[in-house]
Design a protein. Sequence first.
Length: 103
Amino acid sequence: MPRKTITGSQTRRVGRPPAGAREGERVKDYPQLSIRLPGDAKAKLQALSVITACPQWRLISEAIDCYLRDRPESERRLVEELVGRRTRGRSLAPHRSALATAD
């Protein structure tokens, strides 16, 4: 990407900086999700996004994290196990024995 000279030896990239959840990540590289929401839920999401100056994807991601924090430890462990399987390329479907032990 072209660089623009600011003053002297300082330069910055032209365009919008990466805005992912972690340093250097680009949102456009994230997997997409399409969901249907009731009109009032969508309106609340849009209003929160405007008020907090935070993108909707980030609000939803934070809401998932908050929801998980309120779940029992056994469910959080199961979620972490399933996420680990997903990142290692294995099936996301839980094993029946894992579901039976999650109380």
